[in-house]
Design a protein around this ligand. Structure first.
Ligand SMILES: [Zn+2]
Length: 256
């Protein structure tokens, strides 16, 4: 029997309106998934998507709206001064302080994700990078940093700059005593996937470390595996089954 589903294919666009709609759909879906996975903690957490036309502006979640309720039409567009230029909810000040500086420092990045997920924040208190313990963890091998400072809630642009500087050219940064932050070069999909798999990688290492003395994947194999599972296209691809599932289960997220 032949499936009526189509193989996944990386999207291309011939106009900016279609690209914007696509990014917003992926962003709304990423919030629903973060909500489904329990990554929300009160009003904390934000995922941003750079606008494909106005490159210094980004789409973000409204302050105080539950991740599980977010629809395409709820997303806010925020400019370089932190003003909401599309939408009628306030923006989280920390979201602006962090994400504006990450997007400014990394013109190659389309999206950034940050939340106070339980295993990520537990791991962040250890102030050390993740080890190459599993095939999945190799996505972060040599490609994540630790921002080993904590100075309260990030409301200050200078603190956002320091955080972006710690991220440097990596796909992720562990914010000490705070949580995880990931970025996507190709897509919102990629940033969301790196966050989801990094959170699970923290969980896996916490479990393994608690159970005994894990054996690390050696450097050569870890680097090889990173080239297989850690590429931007791999991150994009891994998100596709999650996107299809959440849109099927909660189609109202696409309301615009
Ligand atoms: Zn935070």
């Amino acid at each position: 029997m032949v499936s009526d589903r189509q193989p996944v294919k990386f999207p291309t666009f011939d106009n900016v309106e279609d690209e914007r709609r696509h990014r917003k759909q992926r962003l709304a879906a990423a919030f629903r998934l973060f909500g489904q996975f329990g990554f929300d903690e009160g009003v904390a957490g934000h995922i941003t998507a750079r606008d494909p036309e106005h490159l210094d502006q980004f789409w973000v979640n409204p302050l105080g709206m539950n991740f599980k309720h977010i629809r395409v039409k709820d997303l806010l567009l925020v400019d370089a001064n932190g003003e909401v230029v599309d939408g009628n909810w306030p923006v989280n000040r920390a979201a602006f302080a962090i994400h504006s500086q990450v997007h400014a420092a990394r013109p190659d990045v389309v999206a950034a994700a940050h939340a106070h997920s339980v295993y990520g924040k537990a791991w962040s208190s250890l102030r050390k990078p993740l080890d190459p313990l599993t095939q999945d963890s190799c996505a972060f091998y040599g490609d994540h940093a630790v921002f080993d400072d904590y100075t309260g809630v990030v409301y200050d642009l200078e603190e956002g700059k320091r955080l972006a500087s710690a991220l440097a050219g990596h796909k992720a940064v562990i914010l000490s005593n705070h949580g995880l932050l990931t970025v996507g070069q190709t897509s919102v999909d990629e940033a969301a996937w790196w966050f989801i798999t990094m959170e699970r990688t923290c969980q896996a290492q916490l479990l393994a470390d608690a159970a005994g003395t894990p054996v690390l994947i050696d450097a050569e194999q870890a680097a090889k595996t990173a080239g297989q599972v850690g590429t931007p296209m791999s991150g994009w691809l891994q998100f596709q089954p999650l996107y299809d599932w959440i849109v099927g289960a909660q189609p109202d997220l696409l309301d615009e």
